[in-house]
Design a protein around this ligand. Structure first.
Ligand code: HEM
Length: 959
């Protein structure tokens, strides 16, 4: 074979690593079929692997008594805080990791069997076999509320179970989202369609398995962000770097560096992952209490292995008899009624987790394991001996580490070294278990975070990578096809995310949204004790980005949906303050941002009068919109082959551009970068992205996990835009006479219109800052939300009869208002009660948060006849409730004229209709996670967004 053939042959894996057979699309319950050629590799119920050849004889009958080994080398003398400041929660998570991959069978004669799969597949949540998985399923692709499959976790501190409950909730969040988005359109909501039981079962199973794939990927993402950044000490450097073990890598000879070929956990891995020494004081106390309850008549020292196994079997039997969703642990109680019946209370779960974050883990090392764990350790030592695990030196040799030539070289603490020598005689006889657990530990320095014994610190990564890179579902089959496009995007680690790319923070905010807060160290660094974390953040100069205090739960939000009550809140601005006023103040300094200021109504009137002081001014602006719409349609249309038809993505190329072009160039004086104007400041889409982020931050609901990162970006955007607006006003303004200023302005600004607007604003006696902020309010408040309103109106217009009448401006304006009543851009707005108040049937307390659901109120049957039917004739204008957005910022007259002119511009083309098939649809889905958004769209990263992306229309052109 010549060189070229070698390279070409090596392009591909031989045999291929994955197949598209449905059978291999999802993880099996027992982990089989991860490797199609060796289906049992890593399957639950198969033997442990051995990685290292034992070369030094360690006959069991000549080994020191396991209890003696514990009493001499391992038993805790005193509690020593973990040197890097790791919290107890870090090791609760570690316990979850190991329970995913180790479950030694304690049945006599079966001690070599690992009863769980050798993959990071959240087996403690889903179980190791189909029967258990079926029991955990709750229908519709969901898990039963707050359940997990493994009773084994009930022997561990409750925090471990609580973490698992979060993964249950995450599964259910994902499953609901998958159905909402319904990417392939194949699933049916049985509440709305008739679906056969067989169809429903198939659909449920598909959703469940896709959600399971995604949830396991979330688990892995937490391992590779939060967990590893603590293990490697990266969190102290403020870095979001992570090992990326999954990607395709080529060897020098172009062969594919193996991945996704399966894994089987080894006995050595089981040995080195027993991190019982790190148990916190509080977990040690918890364990002592458990022992007292299980063995009330015995001193812990007297408890034998037999006693332990008997008690464990009894406990398992008792729990197993009970229904899965009746299980509780710790002192948690399941709720018995309400929408969250059977689930635990969020605040109880959060309490366990936050408490564990505020407890110090212990340091690794000799004489560090709590005496109450003596029995566990004896079990471990005996198991390792029965497995014929190699010596410490064999293991080091295998890893390419220097073998120890003396006990003192192994541990420089004379007392430990001498004790070990007395037990084992020669360093080569030091068994792996004691050797690895009592070895001298790594000191805290750059690149270290876990600080275990030297050998563990080197070896742990090899097994972790084998486990993850070996998994087909984290490598070749980690695809948007298997997981859906949204799911694939949702489970990715985000290196730009807050908390140095924390994924666990995102999980906490998603599953316990009222208890964790968007800026707390408890949220973003839960594996670090807050005290040392404060020091690290201080050293990094990042302390002001986080709060250190333990988060306090947020009170419930009251939904106001009744027509009269909604009207009452909206009208009484002195009693109910929109939440966006506070939000705006976080990112915009100074006065004048009238779109979100406390006494904005007066300012709003002034600005509207400056913008459009007369009906001529309104119609001039309207003309701009009509002409621009036509110009953009002509510019971006493409013609279909052989037909007299043109097509255009009306959302992307027109509706998202028209308001923005107007506000940027005609109001703010920021030239846009276009083909004609390559020296402009931003492209249309760049400016849309900036404005939509600002709008979202101030006026909409932001996913808590994204809040802080968004706030940072929004501050930058606001600064940049304010700078450009001010630059256009002229920095020399303060030294100029008013007349001089306007001469200067003319040279800065392109158009005459905004000169006049600015002039009128200055004539109101506004300061420069106030003028800048007023223009900013127009730029933000009259663009992106206007695009969404336009999209919703056009979407309805395409389905309605387009009579000649609908081309008339005032009919179109009336149509617009009615269309937006039925399909408004957003559902409502949050308000804060400034005082106690009774509104109709509601009693509201001062400080209470209200979600004022304008959309629902606007379809109230008492206020609107046939409320879901679009009817431009029936309803007096004053009956419509107006939330916020462009109608408030621009005033109703101007806003409805603008929209009507855009519609007129579109309808000036012949036979306007939807594009063929799905191209002509508005792809959106109902978003139940953020009440303000009625619909969400998927952005180019396939993540939910408030902004539409596409809808194609066709129209006819002359031959
Ligand atoms: C207070 C917390 C903990 C308790 C009460 C506890 C208890 C136990 C018990 C009773 C066993 C069974 C012993 C055996 O089968 O040999 C065990 C095994 C084990 N523990 Fe822990 N453990 C705790 C924390 C941890 C942590 C933090 C880790 C490491 C991350 C860990 C790693 C292991 C491993 C690897 C095994 C062997 C599992 C198997 O072979 O099935 N444990 N632990």
């Amino acid at each position: 074979m010549n060189m070229n053939s070698t390279v070409v042959y090596n392009d591909l894996a031989h045999p291929p690593t994955t197949f598209i057979e449905p059978k291999y699309q999802f993880r099996t319950a027992d982990g089989s079929n991860n490797n199609r050629d060796i289906p049992d590799l890593g399957k639950a119920g198969t033997p442990y692997a051995r990685s290292v050849q034992q070369s030094n004889p360690l006959p069991r009958n000549q080994m020191p008594d396991a209890g003696l080994v514990f009493d001499t080398l391992l038993r805790r003398e005193k509690f020593v805080k973990h040197p890097a400041g790791l919290s107890a929660l870090m090791f609760s998570f570690a316990a979850l990791v190991i329970h995913s991959v180790f479950r030694t069978d304690h049945t006599p004669g079966k001690g070599h069997i690992n009863m769980t799969s050798s993959y990071v597949d959240l087996a403690p949540l889903y179980g190791n076999d189909q029967e258990t998985q079926d029991k955990a399923q709750g229908g519709r692709g969901l898990l039963r509320p707050d359940v997990f499959a493994e009773d084994r976790l009930l022997f561990l501190p409750p925090t471990v179970g609580v973490l698992l409950v979060l993964f249950n909730r995450n599964h259910n969040y994902i499953a609901r989202r998958l159905l909402e988005i319904n990417e392939r359109g194949t699933w049916k909501d049985p509440a709305q369609h008739s679906v056969s039981q067989a169809q429903l079962d198939k659909q449920d199973e598909e959703i469940f398995q896709i959600a399971r794939l995604n949830n396991c990927a979330w688990f892995a993402a937490i391992v590779f962000s939060d967990y590893f950044s603590c293990i490697l000490g990266i969190v102290r450097q403020g870095s979001s770097w992570s090992l990326e073990p999954f990607d395709e890598i080529r060897n020098n000879d172009h062969q594919i560096f193996e991945r996704g070929r399966g894994n089987a956990c080894s006995v050595e891995f089981n040995c080195l992952y027993r991190w019982h020494a790190t148990t916190s004081v509080e977990d040690e106390e918890w364990l002592t209490l458990q022992f007292q309850q299980l063995f009330p008549t015995k001193n812990p020292e007297e408890i034998t292995l037999k006693d332990f196994y008997q008690a464990a079997a009894q406990l398992e039997d008792m729990e197993m008899r009970m229904h899965l969703d009746k299980w509780t642990f710790g002192n948690l109680q399941r709720q018995t009624e309400g929408p969250n019946a059977s689930a635990f209370k969020d605040s109880d779960l959060a309490n366990y987790l936050m408490t564990a974050t505020s407890q110090h883990a212990a340091a690794f090392g000799a004489r560090g394991t709590p005496s109450i764990m003596r029995l566990h350790e004896i079990m471990g030592i005996e198991a390792n001996r029965s497995w014929g695990v190699c010596s410490l030196n064999d293991y080091r040799k295998f890893l390419g580490l220097k073998t120890y030539s003396s006990f003192l070289e192994w541990n420089r603490n004379h007392e430990i070294a001498e004790a070990a020598e007395k037990l084992y005689g020669h360093i080569d006889n030091l068994e792996l278990y004691a050797g690895i657990q009592a070895e001298e530990t790594k000191p805290l320095r750059k690149g270290t975070g876990l600080c275990p014994g030297y050998t563990i610190s080197r070896a742990i990564l090899s097994d972790a990578i084998a486990l993850t890179r070996g998994d087909r579902f984290f490598t070749q089959d980690f695809t948007p096809y298997n997981m859906t496009a949204w799911g694939f995007a949702d489970c990715q680690r985000d290196p730009d995310g807050y908390g140095f790319g924390s994924t666990l923070g995102r999980l906490l905010l998603r599953t316990l949204p009222n208890d964790y807060t968007a800026d707390s160290v408890y949220t973003w660094f839960p594996f670090m004790h807050p005290e040392p974390m404060e020091g690290y953040l201080k050293d990094l100069g990042k302390l002001d980005g986080y709060t250190l205090a333990r988060p306090k739960p947020r009170g419930p939000c009251t939904n106001v949906t009744n027509y009269a009550e909604v009207g009452h809140v909206l009208r009484n601005t002195t009693k109910f303050m929109p939440e966006y006023v506070e939000r705006a103040a976080e990112v915009i300094k100074g006065e004048g941002f009238f779109a979100a200021s406390e006494n904005g109504i007066e300012e709003q009137k002034q600005c509207i009068s400056a913008l459009a002081p007369s009906s001529e001014a309104i119609s001039k602006i309207g003309t701009y919109f009509y002409n621009k719409t036509k110009e953009l349609i002509e510019q971006h249309s493409f013609s279909l082959v052989g037909e007299k038809t043109c097509a255009i993505n009306i959302v992307r190329d027109v509706l998202k551009v028209v308001p923005l072009s107007w506000a940027a160039t005609e109001v703010a004086g920021i030239p846009l970068k276009t083909k004609q104007r390559p020296d402009g400041v931003f492209t249309e889409s760049q400016l849309f992205d900036m404005l939509s982020e600002i709008y979202q931050f101030i006026f909409l609901e932001v996913e808590a996990a994204k809040y802080m990162a968004l706030k940072r970006r929004v501050k930058d955007h606001v600064q940049e835009l304010a700078r450009l607006i001010e630059k256009a006003l002229g920095s020399a303004q303060s030294r100029m006479s008013l007349a001089g200023l306007f001469d200067t302005l003319s040279s800065f600004f392109g158009g005459k219109n905004q000169n006049e607007i600015v002039k009128r604003l200055f004539e109101l006696g506004y300061s420069t800052e106030r003028v800048v902020n007023s223009i900013l309010a127009l730029l933000i408040g009259a663009t992106v939300e206007m695009s969404l309103a336009l999209t919703n109106v056009v979407n309805q217009l395409l389905d309605s009869e387009k009579s000649g009448d609908t081309r008339d401006l005032s009919s179109l304006a009336a149509y617009t208002i009615e269309a937006l009543r039925i399909d408004p851009p957003f559902a409502g707005v949050y308000h804060i009660a400034k005082q106690d108040e009774t509104i109709g049937s509601l009693t509201v307390k001062q400080g209470e948060r209200l979600f004022v659901d304008v959309a629902t109120a606007n379809t109230n049957e008492d206020a609107f006849h046939n409320p879901t039917i679009l009817d431009t004739t029936g309803t007096p204008r004053e009956r419509y409730l107006c939330g916020d957005g462009c109608f408030k910022v621009l005033g109703e007259g101007l806003a409805s004229t603008i929209i009507a002119e855009v519609l007129r511009g579109i309808l000036s083309f012949d036979n306007v209709r939807r594009g063929p098939g799905q191209s002509g649809d508005l792809p959106r889905f109902e978003d139940n996670t953020l009440p303000v958004l009625r619909y969400a769209y998927l952005n180019e990263k396939m993540l939910p967004s408030a902004w539409p992306t596409s809808m194609v229309i066709n129209y006819d052109v002359p031959a």
